[in-house]
Design a protein around this ligand. Structure first.
Ligand SMILES: *Cc1c(COP(=O)(O)O)cnc(C)c1O
Length: 382
C-alpha cells in the first residue's frame, strides 16, 4: 500500500555502508535502514550467524526455548546491568505494545509520555506517539496517555501522580529530528516516577545497542548526569542488524511481570533473529568499537557543520541531526541522493543521519566534500 509514497529508489545490493541501485549507481548509506543496519550491509559475521543458525534450527515457536534466544536474553540483561526479564518481539512497535500491556500490571492505567515522541504505528504504540498527523485518522486510540513537553522536568513533576503507571521517554528523540534533552532529565524522570510508585520506561528502540556510542543511551555519560536504572527498556532497530527483532526488558522492580497467558508471539525472538542479534552484540562488543562510533559521529557532525548553512548539530555517536538555515530538508534529501548519499529529512528543518556503525572516515570525508554542493543544489541560502 502507499504508506511511504512512491519509493525513491530500487536498491539491489549493499556492502558496508554502501548500497547500489537497479541502475548500478552507488550510494553512501547515511541512514542505515533507519538506524537498523548497525554492521552495515552484508557483514560477513551477520551473514555467517544467520546462515549457520538457519541450517541448524530456524523456527520453533515460543512453546520451546532455543539456545540463541536464551543466550541473547542473558547478554541483554548483562548489558543493562540489573536483574531483568526479557520478552522478544519482531519490531519496535511490538516491543512497546508488550511494555504498554506490562504497565497495566501495576494496577494503574495512566501513561505520561512526551511531545515529539515516536513509539510506533500499531494502535497501542500510536496512542503513545504524540504526532497529531499520525494519530488523528485513527482515533479513538487506546490508553490513557498524557503528553508533557520533552526535556522539561517541571512538566513531569506537574503531570506525574499516584495514578501514573509509567513515564515513557526516548533518551534522545530520533524521529523528531534528533533532540537531546538536558543531562539531568532522565535522572529527574526516574526520581519523579519512583516518588509516585510509577515505572520509568525508556524507549531505546532507536538509541540502544551502540547507536550513541554507548550500549544504551541512558548509560552514556554525555547524555545523563547520573546513572539511571529504568524499570522497562524497549529495543529493536539495530539489535539484529536488519533481521527483524525487538525486545522488552523489565526489571523485577517493575512489579508484576507477565504470567502465562498474559502475552505472546509466534515469531518473536526466533533462533535466526536471536543468532543475528548475538552476532551484532559480538561485533559491537569488540575492543574500541563503541569509541569508534563516538569518533565517527564527531567527524560526521564536524564535516556537516563546516558549512554555515547548518545552524546547529545535535546528537550522540552516529545518531546525528542537522538543523538547516532554511526548512528545505526534502530538497536536501533529493540533492544528496543525486550526489550519491542517502540521508533523511526528519522535519522540514532537520536532516537526520543514522548510518551503519561501521561507517569509515573515507565515507564521512566524501560526504563532507559533497555537502556544500548538495546544499547549493537544494537551494539552501545562508
Ligand atoms: C522506529 C521506532 C519505533 C517503532 O519501531 P518499528 O520497528 O518501526 O515498529 C518505536 N520507537 C522508536 C523510538 C523508534 O525509533
Amino acid at each position: 500500500m502507499n504508506t511511504f509514497g512512491p519509493p525513491k529508489l530500487v536498491l539491489t545490493r549493499g556492502e558496508g555502508a554502501h548500497v547500489w541501485d537497479a541502475d548500478g549507481r552507488e550510494y553512501v548509506d547515511l541512514l542505515g535502514g533507519i538506524a537498523v543496519n548497525a554492521l552495515g550491509h552484508a557483514h560477513p559475521r551477520l551473514v555467517e550467524a544467520v546462515t549457520t543458525q538457519l541450517r541448524t534450527l530456524g523456527h520453533i515457536s515460543n512453546f520451546f526455548a532455543s539456545e540463541p534466544q536464551i543466550a541473547l536474553a542473558e547478554r541483554l540483561v548483562g548489558l543493562l546491568g540489573t536483574e531483568a526479564r526479557v520478552f522478544f518481539t519482531n519490531s519496535g512497535a511490538e516491543a512497546n505494545e508488550a511494555a504498554f500491556k506490562l504497565t497495566r500490571r501495576t494496577g494503574r492505567t495512566r501513561i505520561v509520555a512526551t511531545t515529539g515522541s515516536f513509539h510506533g504505528r500499531t494502535m497501542g504504540a500510536l496512542a503513545l506517539t504524540s504526532k497529531q498527523a499520525y494519530r488523528e485518522p485513527f482515533e479513538p486510540l487506546p490508553g490513557d496517555v498524557t503528553f508533557v513537553e520533552y526535556g522539561d522536568v517541571a512538566a513531569l513533576e506537574a503531570a506525574v501522580d499516584d495514578t501514573t503507571a509509567a513515564v515513557l521517554i526516548e533518551p534522545v528523540q530520533g524521529e523528531a529530528g534528533v533532540i537531546v534533552p538536558p543531562r539531568d532529565y532522565l535522572p529527574a524522570a526516574q526520581r519523579i516516577a519512583h516518588d509516585h510508585g510509577a515505572l520509568l520506561w525508556l524507549d531505546e528502540i532507536q538509541t540502544g545497542i551502540g547507536r550513541t556510542g554507548a550500549w544504551f543511551a541512558h548509560q552514556h555519560p554525555d547524555l545523563v548526569s547520573a546513572p539511571v536504572v529504568p524499570d522497562i527498556v524497549t529495543l529493536a532497530k539495530g539489535l539484529a542488524g536488519g533481521i527483524p527483532i525487538g525486545a522488552c526488558l523489565a526489571t523485577h522492580g517493575s512489579g508484576k511481570l507477565f504470567d502465562p497467558g498474559n502475552h505472546g508471539t509466534t515469531f518473536g525472538g526466533n533462533p535466526v533473529a536471536a543468532a543475528a542479534a548475538l552476532a551484532v552484540l559480538d561485533v559491537i562488543g569488540e575492543d574500541g568499537f563503541l569509541a569508534r562510533v563516538t569518533e565517527a559521529g564527531e567527524r560526521l557532525m564536524a564535516v556537516a557543520a563546516a558549512d554555515r548553512r547548518v545552524v546547529e548539530t545535535r546528537g550522540a555517536g552516529l545518531l546525528v541531526g542537522l538543523t538547516l538555515a532554511e526548512p528545505k530538508s526534502a530538497e536536501v534529501v533529493t540533492a544528496a541522493q543525486d550526489a550519491g548519499f542517502i540521508v533523511n529529512g526528519a522535519t522540514p528543518e532537520r536532516v537526520r543521519m543514522a548510518p551503519p556503525l561501521v561507517l569509515t572516515d573515507a565515507d564521512i570525508d566524501a560526504f563532507g566534500a559533497a555537502w556544500p554542493a548538495i546544499l547549493d543544489n537544494a537551494g539552501v541560502q545562508g
